[in-house]
Design a protein around this ligand. Structure first.
Ligand SMILES: O=C(O)CCC(=O)C(=O)O
Ligand SMILES: [Fe+2]
Length: 290
């Protein structure tokens, strides 16, 4: 584990090859497909407490697609156990200690043929409540599990090495994150060299680690296959008033009876369930102006 920790600290990312084996991945693929089908039952983005399905009527694919699911553990016992699998503890304990909470639990899809499958360059620190989560650089690790092979063509995550040492840079702060690709000038303006970007190509079962300050994004899926990716972000419990327990005193800890504040800050005021009609695509913004 030491080599991953060192690389995470020095480069801002590391790839653990073969974190989950072929049998685990077959089941994870099946549960991911089940989650997709559950999302597709909704006509638009749907929230119920921390559970979220981001659903879009994609203008290019001309069909409904699911782009993200959040906290699917509330409806999926297999994924609920998997998010706190002992292998995550073995990986995370040297970095975060034995008391670990989880702030994000997400599956992302990039359905083939869809238009909105890119992510502008950003730092995930923007998605944290900085009053409630501290020590953002060293108290948190985000883990991205390759469900499908992650390739240049299907929009694998891209990382700018050592960008995590630059503090918060404000990239893509002006709006939604999936609206296009970051122009090179935006990176240059904050002192980053676009040519240094690394495309994190991975096989199913590989795990990418990155920090909340690591600049990352991804290109659209131009291939005929999906790009399924599971993101779990863990935090040292002592640094965070947010998150669900994953490991408490080194013991894998299931979800309790009530959801805890994670990323959705209006959990108590507006728990749902409700629908959110999407308003961030070019098409919906143009329609709203007419
Ligand atoms: O799925 C991706 O390519 C990137 C997602 C991401 O960076 C995020 O949701 O913060
Ligand atoms: Fe991100």
């Amino acid at each position: 584990m030491q080599q991953y920790i060192e690389q995470l600290h020095s480069e801002g990312y590391a790839i653990v090859r073969g974190f989950f084996g072929a049998e685990d991945m077959a089941r994870i693929r099946a549960e991911t497909d089940r989650t997709y089908a559950q999302g597709l039952r909704h006509h638009a983005t749907y929230r119920d407490h921390n559970l979220l399905f981001e659903v879009l009527n994609d203008p290019k694919a001309q069909r409904r697609v699911v782009l993200q699911a959040h906290w699917m553990s509330w409806i999926n016992p297999y994924l609920e156990a998997m998010r706190r699998d002992p292998r995550y503890l073995a990986l995370l304990q040297p970095l975060l200690g034995a008391d670990i909470k989880q702030i994000t639990h997400q599956i992302h899809w990039k359905p083939p043929g869809a238009k909105y499958t890119y992510y502008r360059y950003h730092q995930d620190a923007r998605f944290r409540n900085s009053e409630a989560v501290h020590n953002l650089l060293h108290g948190t690790v985000t883990c991205g599990l390759a469900i499908d092979p992650q390739t240049q063509a299907n929009g694998a995550l891209r990382i700018i090495p050592r960008s995590h040492l630059r503090g918060y840079l404000g990239l893509s702060d002006d709006g939604a994150i999936m609206t296009g690709q970051t122009p090179d000038e935006d990176l240059v303006r904050v002192g980053l060299d676009p040519a240094t970007a690394v495309t994190c190509e991975m096989q199913p079962g590989d795990l990418l680690l990155w920090t909340l300050y690591t600049v990352h994004g991804s290109q659209p899926n131009t291939s005929a296959m999906d790009r399924r990716f599971m993101i779990n972000s863990y935090v040292r419990a002592a640094d965070s008033a947010r998150g669900e327990w994953a490991f408490r005193g080194g013991v894998s800890t299931p979800l309790g009876p009530e959801p805890q504040l994670c990323k959705y800050e209006a959990l108590y005021e507006r728990p749902g369930p409700f629908y959110i009609e999407e308003d961030w695509t070019e098409e919906s913004r143009a329609a709203a102006q007419r």
